[in-house]
Write a protein that binds this ligand. Structure first.
Ligand code: PLP
Length: 409
């Protein structure tokens, strides 16, 4: 999409655009770096490892279930909280995997993807005068949602180490105060691929309890962890069930990102508050997809097989990036790996991403796009680039071979 020119109307959209680095100094909107890089890939024929969506669909049986649901007449508004079959499946899933037992009638809400769950939760619970604390880097919709709610965004850095990105616990303790309404967590984490440890989760739980903050946790990559890394939902920690909203989605787990079926669960008063906002955003969506996802949620084999195959693809891409001269922090989960261009002499990840199609025929996205513009974390991670490995092995092999040109250039 071409950048807008000419005067644009004032409004809350400007806050969301500013929070995500899209508002230019002259008041126009820049295209997102994701759109810019995808466009660049299309124009240059580069391999697009920028956007994180699978190039293989989820199970045929799940597609057929959605087709059958259309045939069987599931084509009008589903219930606002979601079809009961899916709310039951979410509750069963949470009990089977984590021992959490939300009441499907009052404590589970189906949403239009995790994105709506996040936005509705922020709009329902946070507002002017409130702080919302997130990790940094962060998923862009988290920052946009905080801005649309009119709350203040406070961040806690994830710091790269040899094995993983870790939480700066000292920074967490000073970031969370009595002004903090929500601590918004994301683990497994996009873009760094880190999976928060029990110690880190306990530190978050501790400050949330101490300052009476709600914890909202984005767990869309809950099943995509590698090397026996365990994902622990923060809601399972002592005293957390009653203050935590847990969010997930079928998109990443079952490779149906276009279906936009997500859900959240938490204590009934919090879920009631969020449902009231969600009612006036979309009311309801995805009637034939909801029963199909309910069926998929009973199947633990598909996500396990996806994680196994992603671990292989992660290794393929990480090995190629290292061979090309990048420093790599090997991710413990998600679709993504963060690579550092500094050893190759590239200190500016944005410039590197713009040059990479020409240098190597590959596209990534700069990690600074997941930071507050100009923040200390944005500067600390300036030379880092996020690449996705949720592509077919032949596509990744092609990308790795292309990346080999970097060493030689
Ligand atoms: C992809 C993604 C989402 C969006 O999920 P949808 O179900 O597609 O709305 C939310 N959070 C994170 C961290 C993601 O990577």
């Amino acid at each position: 999409m071409a950048p807008q020119t000419g005067p644009l109307p004032p409004g809350r959209w400007q806050d969301a655009a500013r929070a995500t680095g899209l508002l230019s100094a002259d008041g126009t909107v820049a295209s997102t770096v994701f759109a810019e890089m995808t466009d660049l890939a299309r124009r240059t024929g580069a391999v697009n490892l920028g956007q994180g969506f699978p190039d293989v669909d989820g199970p045929a049986a799940v597609k057929h279930a959605a087709q059958r649901a259309i045939e069987d007449g599931h084509n009008q508004y589903p219930p606002g909280p979601g079809v009961l079959e899916l709310r039951n499946a979410v509750a069963d899933h949470q009990f089977r995997h984590y021992g959490l037992d939300p009441d499907p009638e009052t404590e589970v809400l189906v949403t239009t993807g995790a994105t709506e769950a996040i936005a509705a939760t922020l709009l329902a619970l946070a507002g002017p005068g409130d702080d919302v604390v997130t990790l940094e880097p962060f998923y862009d919709s988290h920052a946009a949602g905080i801005a649309l709610a009119g709350a203040r965004h406070v961040t806690v850095p994830l710091v790269p180490g040899p094995d993983r990105f870790h939480l700066d616990v000292e920074a967490l303790r000073s970031a969370v105060t009595d002004r903090t309404r929500i601590v918004l967590v994301n683990s497994p984490h996009n873009p760094t691929g880190t999976v928060l440890t029990l110690d880190e989760l306990e530190a978050i739980a501790d400050v949330a309890r101490r300052h009476d903050a709600v914890v909202v946790t984005d767990e869309v990559y809950e099943h995509l962890t590698y090397d026996d890394t365990e994902h622990v939902p923060i809601a399972t920690l002592p005293g957390m069930r009653e203050r935590t909203i847990t969010i997930s989605s079928a998109g990443k787990t079952f490779s149906f990102t276009g279906w936009k079926v997500g859900w959240l669960h938490g204590p009934a008063p919090l879920v009631t508050a969020v449902r009231t906002v969600k009612q006036f955003l979309t009311y309801a969506s995805g009637a034939p997809f909801q029963p199909a996802v309910a069926g998929a949620l009973a199947d633990d084999e598909t996500p396990r097989a996806l994680a196994d195959s992603l671990a292989v693809r992660r290794d393929l891409l990480c090995t190629g990036l290292v061979a090309a001269g990048f420093d790599v922090v090997v991710p413990q989960g998600t679709y993504f790996v963060v690579a550092d261009g500094a050893p190759l002499g590239h200190d500016d990840g944005v410039a590197l991403c713009r040059a990479l199609p020409g240098l190597a025929g590959v596209v990534g996205v700069p990690v600074s796009a997941f930071c507050t513009p100009g923040s200390p974390t944005a500067r600390a991670l300036a030379s880092r680039v996020r690449f996705t490995f949720v592509k077919r092995e032949d596509v990744l092999r092609d990308a790795v071979e292309r990346l080999g040109r970097l060493r030689r250039s």
